[in-house]
Design a protein around this ligand. Structure first.
Ligand code: UD1
Ligand code: CA
Length: 453
């Protein structure tokens, strides 16, 4: 795209139908706020300038915008007097901008890059304003796109202002619009509020642009892309659409999903070729899985990196900072947090590995616990290459186990262990020959006496 693009994202709606203490646009889809999705999309089409319009007191929304895009300009719309009034809250940015103007709604997070490019392409084909439309299964309260017999867009009519005949129209306004005008401000300033809601409608820009001799174009997309989220049910619908797309994309890129509909992705999940994901796996934000790794059923991963050929699960939990080298095995009921495991290391059963490192080819026995927290500070457990930690050991951090060392099962290790040493911390075993047989005879007699027979 050659021309400079200013994107104005409308996020001022309170979203009362969400019944939430959180502003609507901060509700998440695939682990990222709706606003975050829309900001990322705007960036992806080369939007070099971004303005976000928020409502009064929406500091959390402002923060989210500037955290995602530090140079985004944030404007406050004082009274929610309609979509045109909302766009004009960014008057300063629009007036200063030479180039195209794109308006997106922060509660419409599923638009694809291709669709936005097609919309901007309509400007390249000579339209002064381009509207993203869709055929609605149930047009309900959407604005209707009124076209002439040859398909030219004449006007957009809000449902509340539409005649019964106009309401029959199925082609609806998504709300997304792009403008290529010398002065968008001059058009926006002409919009009045003489309508059913007494609001300044952005949609009125169509007739104004046309009256000045400009062409209004329509680009049609799938209804799924322009689902507007106003309530929790729609949030769940948007999530479902997003997940379906992510699953299809993963499979197209060479990932095997045995039961795709049971695998949940985050916005940034990255799975390489020939990764196999078994049923019921949840990927929280920040997960990367390298080639050929296998994520077995019922595992939960977030903030983790899984090396090529590694095997995780079933029933594993990888948390922030879990970094698995090549061919690492993490088995059932093993939790890993902030621990790097070298190539070929194994922890196959029932363990907590928190804060530290495990050398290549080390073996962590069943039930091993890294005791990383004393109630005040977190400390590290460092295990050398090829070490063998016997089952049911507690490693009290800070502690270092040297390369190749053995830890006897059931030990509570509080001191560093040298390389290739055996460390054993448990009382020595006693044996009394014949004791059990005598014990059984004695107890059986007592039972007979007690029953009085
Ligand atoms: C709008 C469109 C309608 C379209 C529909 C698609 C207008 C007049 N109508 O209607 O044609 O079919 O979206 O979903 O544009 N907003 C503000 N400040 C305001 C008003 C709205 O920031 O004063 C923001 C909202 O937060 C929301 C977006 O603009 O993100 C749309 O506003 P909403 O009131 O939901 O418009 P609709 O009635 O749905
Ligand atoms: Ca809406």
């Amino acid at each position: 795209m050659s021309r400079s693009l200013l994107t104005v994202i409308l996020a001022a709606g309170k979203g009362t139908r969400m019944r939430s203490n959180l502003p609507k646009v901060l509700h998440r889809i695939a682990g990222r706020s709706m606003l975050g999705h829309v900001l990322a999309r705007a960036k992806s089409v080369g939007g070099d300038k971004l303005a976000v319009v928020v409502g009064p007191g929406m500091d959390a929304v402002r923060k989210e915008a500037t955290a995602a895009v530090p140079d985004a300009a944030v404007y406050v719309q004082e009274n929610q007097a309609g979509t045109a009034d909302a766009v004009l809250a960014a008057r300063e940015a629009i007036a200063a901008h030479k180039g195209d103007l794109l308006v997106l709604f922060a509660d419409t997070p599923l638009i694809t890059k291709e669709t936005l490019e097609a919309l901007i392409g309509e400007l390249d084909r000579g339209a002064a304003v381009a509207v993203l439309g869709f055929y609605a299964r149930d047009p309900g309260s959407y604005g209707r796109l009124l076209t002439s017999v040859d398909g030219t867009l004449l006007a957009i009519r809000e449902a509340k202002d539409a005649s019964p005949a106009e309401r029959e129209v199925k082609l609806c306004n998504s709300g997304v619009m792009a403008f290529r005008l010398d002065s968008p401000i001059a058009v926006l300033d002409k919009i009045g509020n003489a309508n059913a809601k007494g609001e300044f409608y952005l949609t009125d820009a169509i007739e104004i642009v046309r009256s000045q001799g400009g062409r209004a174009g329509v680009v049609v997309c799938e209804e799924d892309e322009v689902l507007g989220v106003n309530a929790r049910r729609e949030l769940a619908q948007a999530e479902a659409i997003w997940q379906r797309r992510a699953r299809e994309q993963a499979m197209d890129e060479g990932v095997t999903l045995i039961s795709p509909e049971t695998v949940w992705f985050s916005f940034d999940t990255a799975l390489a070729r020939d990764v196999v994901v078994e049923p019921n796996v949840f990927f929280g934000p920040g997960v990367t899985v390298d080639e050929g790794a296998e994520i077995k059923a019922n595992s939960y991963l977030e903030g983790a990196r899984v090396g090529a050929g590694a095997r995780v699960g079933p029933y594993a939990r990888l948390r922030q900072g879990a970094v698995l080298g090549r061919d690492v095995h993490i088995g059932n009921f093993v939790e890993v947090k902030n621990v790097a495991l070298g190539d070929g290391a194994k922890a196959n059963h029932l363990s907590y590995l928190g804060d530290g490192s495990v050398g290549a080819k080390a073996n962590i026995g069943a039930g091993t616990i890294f005791c990383n927290y004393d109630g005040f500070f977190k400390s590290k457990t460092e295990i050398g290459e090829g070490a063998f930690v016997g089952s049911n050991s507690s490693l009290v951090a800070p502690v270092k186990i040297g390369a190749g060392a053995y830890i006897g099962s059931g030990s509570v290790i509080t001191k560093n262990v040298e390389a290739d040493a055996l460390a054993l911390e448990r009382s020595s075993q006693e044996e009394r020959p014949g004791w059990a047989a005598k014990f059984r005879i004695m107890m059986a007699r007592r039972k007979v006496q007690a029953s009085g027979k």
